[in-house]
Design a binder for this molecule. Structure first.
Ligand code: LLP
Length: 414
């Protein structure tokens, strides 16, 4: 028997998808506060080492209301750009709670973080030189490539043999020379092997490699291991979640052992994005057309790749639910169809050859696990309006946390 996620989690807390779309327009990102908080807590409590901090990776989702909740839950945050730093400041994060992980940035962008006293990591020798020129005598972090990568798609593997990220270990002597040249102190070392692992062994292996490197420097104040904690995108098929308890235990043991050898307590960090927010959102959209063209049955919706880019970017699988007259459809005739959007490209496919209950016009489709890299990768392509975002609070009330774009927004910058 299929287990429906929104049923199991009481996701809508009595609100019907139909009513939500009536009130806030279709498509719509719907978030659940309880699930979001629960994921924050799981990550914050991952390791029992006392100096372990979770920096939420806000590229996954930077909605201001969610950021405020993440901060309430005790998280810090990482940023990839001045824009992310700006949004974090607006959400109440202090400079000491932000970690700027730069990649190929301009002098202005690097200065943006330095001027605010935000810990900054550089990930090439040339950017380390830039940091030295801009902030001689300062403290800096370097992102190293631990030689191991992991991820759900080649495009999101960021460690290992061929990647634009990080400094390979064979350049550590040059790193030391540049640090000396500019009188810099190496405050931290960070890594990120890639996005989405379901088995923690590669992560742990990379942690060990990075800690080995950290030993070569006696000024280290923190080591940051990056994100990548996966979520099961195939729950209806029974895929299990990440085994956090055992993983946290193993990670904690490695850290405590290292601290003993290093002889001094330091701060350890991880940077989860997806794990925190993916499962806290369902993207709702509407079926507007149904047709058969040749061999293929098409379900035409308003969920184009401007709204959710993951399926076309990475062939990502998102499970679907169908709602009719305010109710989840759990039985009836099924069909294998391509569920498509309304963007004028033939690649605009949300779910290819997917077996679903036979849809009708005006049915509502729910796209599961849409919270991470959903809204944050959405766009105005085809001059479509990005959807609103609403939060179902713990008490079941619904709060608009980002309004839908308006037509005026489309010409705001002209
Ligand atoms: N830290 C760094 C330096 C990163 O580059 C990333 C993600 C993270 C942390 C968070 O990774 P997470 O815990 O979310 O896996 N758009 C893709 C994912 C790209 C991830 C980019 N970097 C997707 O939709 O799957």
């Amino acid at each position: 028997m299929t287990i429906y996620y929104t049923q199991r989690t009481n996701f809508y807390k009595g609100n019907s998808p139909e009513q939500l779309l009536k009130n806030f327009g279709s498509p719509l990102y719907v978030y659940n506060e309880d699930i979001f908080r629960e994921r924050c807590r799981q990550m914050v409590g991952l390791v029992d080492y006392p100096h372990y901090k979770v920096t939420y990776s806000i590229k996954a989702n930077s909605n201001l209301t969610l950021l405020k909740i993440a901060r309430e839950e005790g998280m810090h945050a990482d940023a990839m750009s001045p824009g992310e730093i700006y949004v974090l400041e607006k959400a109440g994060f202090k400079p000491c709670e932000i970690f700027y992980i730069s990649n190929n940035v301009s002098e202005e962008e690097m200065k943006f973080a330095i001027d605010r006293g935000i810990d900054t990591s550089v990930d090439s020798l040339s950017q380390l030189e830039m940091f030295g020129r801009l902030n001689p005598g300062g403290k800096v972090a370097i992102r190293i490539n631990p030689g191991i990568g992991a991820g759900h798609h080649a495009k999101v593997i960021t460690g290992g043999k061929k990647t634009k990220f990080g400094i390979n270990t064979e350049y550590l002597d040059q790193v030391k020379a540049i640090l000396k040249k500019y009188n810099l102190t190496l405050k931290g070392i960070n890594q990120h092997i890639g996005s989405l692992f379901m088995d923690g062994s590669k992560y742990l292996e990379s942690v060990k490699n990075t800690l080995e490197i950290a030993k070569q420097f006696d000024t280290i104040e923190f080591v940051d291991f990056g994100g990548g904690f996966g979520i099961p995108y195939r729950k209806q098929e029974g895929q299990a979640p990440l085994e956090l308890k055992e993983f946290g235990q193993r990670l904690g043991d490695v850290l405590k052992e290292w601290v003993k050898e290093y002889g001094r307590e330091i701060l350890f960090r991880s940077e989860p994005g997806r794990y925190i927010v993916a499962e806290s959102s369902v993207l709702l959209g509407t079926v507007h057309a149904i047709k058969e063209n040749g061999e293929t049955f098409y379900v035409g919706t308003d969920i184009g790749f401007n709204v959710l880019a993951r399926p076309i970017m990475y062939d990502a699988h998102h499970e679907l639910e169908l709602y009719r007259n305010g109710k989840l459809v759990t039985e009836g005739e099924t069909i294998t169809a391509d569920v498509v959007g309304n963007i004028c490209e033939s690649g605009d496919i949300l779910a290819k050859e997917r077996t679903i209950f036979m849809p009708q016009e005006k049915d509502i489709i729910g796209v599961m696990d849409a919270g991470a890299y959903g809204y944050s990768m959405s766009s105005n392509y085809n001059n479509r309006l990005r959807p609103a975002e609403v939060l179902i609070r713990s008490d079941g009330s619904v709060q608009l946390i980002r309004r839908r774009d308006t037509l005026e927004d489309l010409i705001r910058n002209f």
